[in-house]
Design a protein around this ligand. Structure first.
Ligand code: DLL
Length: 442
């Protein structure tokens, strides 16, 4: 049950929804097929990488006669974008690219993505649609704490806020004390931020002696990193706001590929008029039926500057039928990225599984780190988690034992757990990296 006492308006009136949000499944499938055929043709004609990849796979754009034919086409990976760095995947003359974003590129070359004027229009429309599904309305003020810059979060959200007819407060990430001041002074209705950074902001409210439940905020639109149902409860309870999920990735567009509706909070509706999702077996790439968990793939259906065909997101989820938008399928919240999966003595473990356990354990704060080390010839995993401010020391010891037991029980692997003092672990100002790898090389 939601602990939120804030009243939102009703679900958006049907006449305020985009036409695509009201389409039937059949109407959407017909639209998707037309747009897919257009996309395949453009990718083949305008991007040497796609022409070579299609030729190598023995497929032509014309071989797509129904949506299921998508499975014949080659997948695209981050490595393909890196190999064609910086502009090799673009399908338009350089002068028609209005904006560029890039991934942080902490390892190797960054991934560069580009947008035409039309791409930016579509993106703004989809973020506006997402924000409305989250409970945002024209006239609302929106505190945008996603980072501005090459990251797609800040500017992507910004254009959507304006497109909705709301007021953007472009704060970006960082300077946490000022985030609190601006929320108190500007009385926003909505906050857009990573869930981990919101926790940092909530802590700062408390440090300043301000009750986080007393702010004007009604809704938080959280994404850019995995988070759990337990984290939703923690945020809703501590801040008295509705917490909903927004998903996206730069290669496919940025934020606003899919969005959870606030009235159902049951996973994210994929804006299928612009993106065709598939879920595949991460090992052999075979397409899985809806309902089965695997790796999410996207084909962008309307993008001009950077067509993207069957992009392997590495994110794990499953596709479900539509609810609040019956024509559009939902994706379940992301359990994790295959890249973030820790394989410990043959057992797969995701940081989100530890997050669930930590948040269900009395006396523990939602701040934790996973530290991988080498013990002898084996990998070992330590959970370092902060106690809450009022946790007595005997509770800390019990909590540590409970975490170890729950991980053993639910994940099937032995870890250690150290409960540390409040405010001692590093805080996020954007995307949080939970895993610290201290394994010996080799
Ligand atoms: O994180 C775009 C974004 C900005 C989404 C703001 C939502 C809000 P990238 O930096 O390219 O783009 O990272 C994309 O982040 O493949 C997922 O692994 C992860 N991710 C994004 N949203 C979610 C989410 C932006 N709601 C990568 N839940 C994706 C879980 C998410 N993971």
């Amino acid at each position: 049950m939601s602990a939120v006492t804030r009243r939102l308006g009703d679900a958006p009136r049907a006449d305020t929804l985009d036409a695509a949000e009201r389409m039937s499944v059949d109407e959407l499938r017909a639209l998707q097929l037309r747009r897919l055929q257009w996309t395949l043709r453009r990718a083949y004609d305008c991007v040497p990488h796609y022409r070579a990849a299609f030729d190598a796979a023995g497929v032509r754009p014309d071989d797509c006669r129904e949506l299921a034919d998508i499975a014949k086409y080659p997948m695209t990976t981050k490595a393909d974008l890196r190999d064609n760095y910086p502009y090799g995947m673009f399908a338009v003359p350089r002068a028609d690219v209005r904006r560029i974003h890039a991934s942080s590129g902490t390892t190797g070359r960054p991934t560069v993505v580009g947008y035409t004027a039309r791409d930016i229009e579509n993106w703004a429309d989809l973020v506006a649609r997402s924000l409305r599904a989250a409970g945002g309305r024209p006239g609302h003020r929106v505190h945008n704490a996603y980072g501005y810059g090459l990251f797609t979060g800040g500017l992507g959200a910004h254009y959507g806020i304006e497109r909705l007819g709301a007021t953007a407060v472009p704060v970006s990430g960082g300077m946490t004390p000022r985030q609190v001041q601006l929320i108190m002074d500007f009385s926003p209705d909505v906050i857009m931020v990573t869930p981990s950074y919101l926790l940092t902001i909530i802590d700062e409210f408390e440090r300043q002696g301000i009750d986080p439940r007393s702010s004007s905020l009604k809704v938080g639109v959280f994404g850019a990193e995995p988070w759990t149902e337990q984290m939703r409860c923690e945020i809703e309870e501590r801040m008295d706001i509705h917490a909903v999920d927004i998903y996206g990735l730069s290669e496919v567009m940025g934020p606003g590929v899919s969005q959870e509706c606030v009235e159902t909070k049951d996973g994210l509706h994929i804006w299928e008029d612009h993106f065709l999702p598939e879920v595949v077996d991460p090992l052999d790439g075979s397409v899985l039926p809806d309902g089965e968990e695997g790796e999410l793939l996207f084909t962008a259906l309307t993008k001009e500057a950077l067509p993207i065909i069957r992009y392997r997101t590495r994110d794990l989820t499953r596709l479900l039928p539509g609810t609040a938008r019956p024509g559009m399928r939902r994706m379940e919240r992301i359990t994790g990225r295959s890249d973030d999966m820790i394989i410990l003595r043959g057992v797969n473990l995701f940081p989100t599984q530890v997050e669930e356990i930590v948040l269900q354990t009395a006396g523990l704060a939602p701040h934790f780190q996973l530290v991988l080390t080498t013990e002898g010839r084996m990998d070992a995993l330590g959970v370092r988690v902060e106690a809450r401010h009022d946790t007595p020391s005997d509770r800390r010891e019990a909590a540590s034992r409970e975490v170890v037991a729950a991980v053993k029980d639910r994940v099937g692997v032995s870890v250690t757990c150290e409960v540390v003092d409040p405010d001692t672990l590093e805080r996020s100002v954007g995307k949080l990296q939970r895993l610290v790898d201290r394994r010996a090389a080799g």
